[in-house]
Design a binder for this molecule. Structure first.
Ligand code: CA
Length: 230
């Protein structure tokens, strides 16, 4: 999961970043509204952590933009203010949750996961598709009863495919989702090809159906309508 941390308190931003990176997230940081607008125009994020008090304005101003232009992003407001007004306005304008500083990083992490589960996974931490079963809490994957021995990147890749099934995913969007924005500087996305190849091989070895196909010149697609092979 890819997270944008919009927070001008540098130490807090760094602590959040370090904590979430250790948990396997891809994190980007910025500390002004202007920088946030630029990031949002260039990249996609699964979750946005939004501070209210920013040097160039109120973080709430970003919510209208996010709700109209970047609907796929979940938003958790992190605010020093405990004003009920801020909270109500934030939630009315489409924030998914609200956390008042100071907070424990584990609490923030729990909220991020809860919001993601509620909005992206239909409220459950188990994601199932035919014979594939993913536990997004423990990162265990099963093909039927057979454990799928995947790395964390491969797990996230498979989850990304299933959540976006029947949609063509470009190698660039896969790279950005799994490795962060700086992959734009790389000359090519051959490493995506390698990861997809490894994932397909492991699913095949575990007896699963090969739902993933290459879409020539575009990227990859997880084909939900493909019949399970016997
Ligand atoms: Ca602030």
């Amino acid at each position: 999961m890819k997270v944008l941390i919009i927070e001008d308190h540098q130490e807090l931003a760094r602590n959040i970043n370090d904590f979430l990176v250790k948990e396997g997230y891809i994190c980007e940081q910025c500390c002004t509204l202007e920088a946030a607008r630029e990031k949002l125009s260039l990249f996609q994020y699964d979750c946005i952590l939004l501070d209210i008090g920013l040097p160039d304005g109120n973080g709430i101003h970003l919510l209208d933009l996010i709700r109209t232009e970047y609907k796929q992003s979940n938003v958790v407001i992190i605010s020093a203010r405990n004003a009920v007004d801020d909270k109500i306005i934030g939630l009315e304008k489409g924030a998914d949750d609200y956390l008042t500083k100071p907070f424990h990083l584990a609490e923030l992490h729990a909220r991020i996961r809860a919001v993601y589960r509620r909005k992206n996974l239909g409220g459950t931490y188990i994601v199932e598709f035919n014979e594939i079963r993913l536990n997004t809490d423990t990162f265990e994957a099963l093909i039927g009863e057979t454990p799928l021995d995947v790395t964390r990147k491969e797990f996230d890749l498979l989850l990304y495919f299933i959540v976006n099934k029947n949609r063509v995913l470009s190698r660039q969007s896969i790279a950005a989702h799994l490795w962060g924005d700086y992959t734009d500087n790389l000359a090519n996305f051959d490493f995506v090809y390698q990861h997809v190849k490894n994932l397909r091989r492991k699913i095949g070895n575990a007896g699963g159906t090969d739902y993933i196909s290459t879409v020539y010149g575009l990227g990859y697609k997880f084909n939900a309508h493909k019949e399970a092979e016997t």
